[in-house]
Write a new protein. Structure first.
Length: 268
């Protein structure tokens, strides 16, 4: 927790009652995506925070599924590289190999769709004080991991709530009464469907990460997503077990680096 300079009070963000399904960092993992969609609660719309492709071995299937879900999609850094908008020079060798392999597998139609995805921040009609990004609001490629990272954004943010991805770590940061805190969902198992709720306080500002569907890095191998109920002012974090072996076998069969398969079991 850190003390920060006083900023203006966060605006009240409840304009239109909406239930939003929040997806992020699917990374061509079809098994994880389908498991999440199978248990996702009823919702009005979907917001995808990017990195649909990369790493995993089902880029066409995942892209098609994301396309058909509709809603809002914000591009991620892997989406840019796979689509050819950006180079893989900034990626580590394993990520670069996977990105180029994903690019070679995708149909022209799916590549065109990825190229057309907007850069965040984006907003949903009826919720003007809530924004959606992939990385940081001012830099889609920058990671928000530490309290220092979060403080910089929360003090400067014009939005009351920012949903972001990129780090593959489920949780939140909040600015309340001049202090910044981090919030980590508390689960009781690592093998079952679980949900953990975060009520949003009216006078606090938030950075919220739904976690990664396709490649979690917070020590929990289960696929992660979230839902946001603007009327109740509650974010529900979800963890879902999925057919891990099938996702791994596809990676091995594609002759992608084995690390991409083994890390899925560790959630790292």
């Amino acid at each position: 927790m850190g003390k920060v300079p006083r900023r203006k009070s966060c605006a009240r963000f409840i304009i239109q009652p909406l239930r939003i399904l929040l997806l992020s960092d699917i990374h061509s993992n079809l098994e994880a995506l389908e498991a999440c969609l199978a248990v996702a609660p009823a919702h009005h719309t979907v917001v995808n925070l990017g990195d649909i492709v990369g790493y995993g071995a089902s880029p066409n299937e995942v892209t098609e599924r994301a396309l058909r879900l509709g809603g809002m999609v914000v591009r991620g850094n892997h989406d840019k590289v796979v689509a050819g908008i950006d180079s893989a020079e900034s990626f580590n060798p394993i990520a670069g190999i996977a990105a180029l392999w994903n690019r070679q597998q995708l149909t022209p139609e799916h590549l065109d769709w990825l190229r057309g995805l907007p850069k965040g921040p984006e907003v949903v009609s009826g919720l003007p004080a809530v924004q959606f990004v992939h990385g940081a609001p001012d830099d889609e490629d920058r990671y928000l991991v530490s309290l220092d990272d979060a403080t910089q954004e929360l003090v400067a943010a014009s939005a009351t709530v920012t949903f972001f991805g990129h780090t593959h770590m489920q949780g939140a940061f909040l600015l309340r009464n001049g202090f910044v805190e981090d919030v980590v969902p508390e689960y009781s198992t690592v093998g079952k469907n679980e949900t953990w709720e975060l009520p949003l306080e009216m006078e606090a500002c938030y950075l919220i990460n739904p976690g990664s569907i396709g490649q979690p890095r917070d020590g929990d191998w289960r696929a992660a997503f979230a839902t946001f109920d603007s009327e109740r002012r509650v974010v529900s974090f979800h963890r879902v077990p999925y057919d891990l072996r099938s996702a791994q076998e596809k990676i091995f069969a594609a002759n992608l680096p084995s690390r991409l398969a083994t890390r899925l079991a560790a959630g790292r």
